[in-house]
Design a binder for this molecule. Sequence first.
Ligand code: BES
Ligand code: MN
Ligand code: ZN
Length: 500
Amino acid sequence: MNLPLIPPVKNESLNGDVLSMACDCLVVGIGESGNLSPIASLIDERTSGWLTNAIASGAAKTKRGELLTLPTLPGIGQTGSCAAVLMFVGTGDLAQLDRGKAFDLASTVMRRLVDSPRNHIVFSLGTPCSPEVQEAFVAGAIAGCAGQSNYFSDPAIHPPASIGWHDFSPSAVALGTMIGDSINVTRRLVNEPPNVLYPESFADAAAAVGNEVGLSVEIWDETRLDAEGCRAILAVGAASIRPPRLVILRHYGAPSTQAPVALVGKGVTFDSGGLSIKPTDGMTDMKCDMAGAATVLGAMRTIALMKLPINVVGLCGLAENMISGASYKLGDVIESRQGTTIEILNTDAEGRVVLADVLDVAVQNKPSAIVDLATLTGACMVGLGRDVVGLMTNSESLCSEIIAAAKQESEPVWQLPMFEMYGEHIKSKVADIKNTGDARWGGAITAAKFLERFVDDVPWVHMDIAGPAFAESPKPHRDAGATGVMLRTLVSWLKIRAAS
Ligand code: BES
Ligand code: MN
Ligand code: ZN
């Protein structure tokens, strides 16, 4: 698949007199404290107090996320050239600006600015913020340059050619670009329609991304999957004319003696429900059912570019859940790669069946930890809502590492319990386990209990991203559609792990 995965935005740090530089828009931060940043003060001085008046009268608001756009003010530049348009952006209380807020703020700004073509945009936030927060600003701005309207004949989004970051550190700009671009790669793949994105074309895209950034890429086609005993993946994909794939990405940034971390993603490129078919309403957005796999790819892309000193293997289990004479059926018993036998009682509980084999391949890599990401259950959305990721684990210490990283990035996560009694619900009368719980109660957890059977004793965290991976409606800081949720958390966590 040959898609323009990344909007062609070039990010660079810049210094000097930004008021006397030509650009299409200069974005100036105004904080809540009342004392203006050096650039805002200069504007104020050169316009005889226009900005102070604007703030005092409420025409310009300092509350975080408030935007005021206007044609340039006469006399702000000292040479002939200056910004064509000014945008004042409220940054709120600067001390409160963490990475999550910085990301959303920059994305909000860019989402407003991409409504018309602009070549060069300069940000002068005037905040002496930490490199980590600078990084988040840059990543958020890039995320704001992409959305789900990829197939409009008349483009709705016009990404600029370049963004300049006044007084930002070059390395923060570089790192933020890696994260922002990777989020957009993930979102683009999730937003692709299922006639374009299917297991084979996902694998092609993964190979292209992997080659670009220096990941090793291994692809198991249906013949290899069969030879490897991946009968569970093959069963889910059996009814599709698009055969399944397993993509294995490797980043070995540490000595090969170090056990790798495994990232595992559910990559159901379309989930019709199979013979347990979904109604139209439930099927409409089921192109998003490969978000876990796309997030694994995006995270692997980021850490490869960052050259993180850690070993990570990323596994994407890809299948299309369809209907035909070859469908896997209710009552089928499948022997998974690991040997555990699975009775199929609902073909719409396909994600856990795919992951059974992928987790087994992950375990074979002798990892020190496994994290899987899956749009696994509607039950998780019932329990936690659309915006919160459900975490389930067999290792409290690993889970608290993940929770800490998520907190740093302001990505909302909540842990659900994994009491032994939930395991009772997946006992089958004819096989080792069945692929649905006895009742719908606790559906997110019974699904995780199923997965737990395939991770051996490896510390493992399961992320159910069914709600937050794909947004129904837009917000000021992001378009509807794919969100790239958890990519920043994964990268943060791996960074911390690489340093310890
Ligand atoms: N892909 C769905 C879960 C899902 C639902 C993701 C909504 C995103 C938004 C999954 O394969 C599924 O169908 N799960 C079933 C499981 C049930 C049959 C045990 C569900 O949640 O209803
Ligand atoms: Mn399903
Ligand atoms: Zn599914």
